[in-house]
Design a protein around this ligand. Structure first.
Ligand SMILES: NC(=O)c1ccc[n+]([C@@H]2O[C@H](COP(=O)([O-])OP(=O)(O)OC[C@H]3O[C@@H](n4cnc5c(N)ncnc54)[C@H](OP(=O)(O)O)[C@@H]3O)[C@@H](O)[C@H]2O)c1
Length: 260
């Protein structure tokens, strides 16, 4: 299990806060950072994450139950954490929601459901941790973007808009917070089998694979390796980008071209 992740020695003993960790990409991110000897604060909202990881010291994995919209809970936790002589080095804003609704049918509840999590709460959580990182001389923030921000996808316009706006904010946060030693980047998964992508994969697996140059879906481990890279000093001169992890999705106009 441990060997499937790239090891970045500079990440050892760093403290990383990851949201949305009870399943999918977030659960794998927890294992990836533990594999780099980080101390991980795994944020979950409802179901407690069940992380199995070999030989893990008790203080290396802390489970924090909080909705990312509950800024008071995060602020209180952070103050207490800091008062005990700790600091947070890395924040991974992985939590996200998707609801498939045609644009002609969606209503304001759909709008708030998606925008609040993917954009508003993600931003204000970043702001809270950025203030902390500024005080401590720097840090890294990494946001879960989406391929939907790049190319239109049916029935998920509000989701696409939330991720596009997050991409814009990623760039602005990177620019404004660079003087404080804070790097801000995003990762843009293509199609990774998780609970979020399961309905789309069930509906049109073959078509989706056909659009991917590597001709397969990605794994949560492959996404985690990209996130580890962005968090590490290997990316010390990289800020304000969205790193695409899509296996070359939509690289070619005609996937049936004769030279393929
Ligand atoms: N899978 C893909 O192909 C793909 C593609 C593009 C982008 N992404 C992005 O990658 C990220 C992870 O996706 P995934 O596929 O792993 O999704 P997932 O399996 O649906 O997991 C989403 C996670 O976010 C958590 N979450 C949602 N709202 C929250 C809130 N208000 N507070 C705290 N946690 C909350 C969920 O917790 P609960 O269990 O409590 O709901 C869950 O742990 C998302 O931001 C997604 O948009 C994924």
């Amino acid at each position: 299990m441990e060997n499937q992740f790239i090891k970045y020695p500079d990440l050892a003993d760093r403290t990383v806060v990851i949201t949305g960790t009870n399943r999918g990409i977030g659960e794998t991110l927890v294992k990836a950072f533990l594999g780099c000897q980080c101390r991980v604060i795994a944020v979950y909202r409802q179901d407690k994450p069940c992380i199995s990881f070999p030989d893990i010291a008790e203080d290396r994995l802390i489970l924090l139950k909080a909705d990312i919209g509950d800024r008071t809970a995060f602020a209180n936790w952070l103050t207490e954490f800091e008062l005990s002589g700790n600091r947070v080095d890395i924040l991974v804003n992985n939590a996200g929601v998707l609801k498939n609704t045609p644009l002609l049918e969606c209503d304001e509840n759909d709008w708030h459901y998606i925008m609040d999590v993917n954009l508003k709460n993600t931003f204000f959580l970043s702001q809270l941790f950025a203030k902390h990182m500024k005080k401590h001389g720097g840090g890294v923030i990494i946001n879960a973007s989406s391929f939907a921000a790049k190319i239109a996808a049916g029935n998920c316009g509000i989701y696409a808009a939330s991720k596009s706006a997050l991409q814009a904010l990623t760039k602005c946060m990177a620019a404004e917070w660079a003087p404080y030693g804070i790097r801000v980047n995003g990762f843009m998964p293509g199609m990774i089998p998780t609970r979020m992508s399961a309905p789309a994969i069930a509906r049109k697996q073959d078509q989706l694979i056909n659009d991917i140059s590597l001709h397969r879906f990605g794994t949560t481990e492959e996404v985690a390796n990209a996130v580890l890279f962005l968090a590490s000093n290997a990316a010390s001169y990289i800020t304000g980008i969205d790193l695409e992890v899509s296996g070359g999705k939509f690289l070619i106009q005609d996937p049936e071209s004769p030279w393929l």
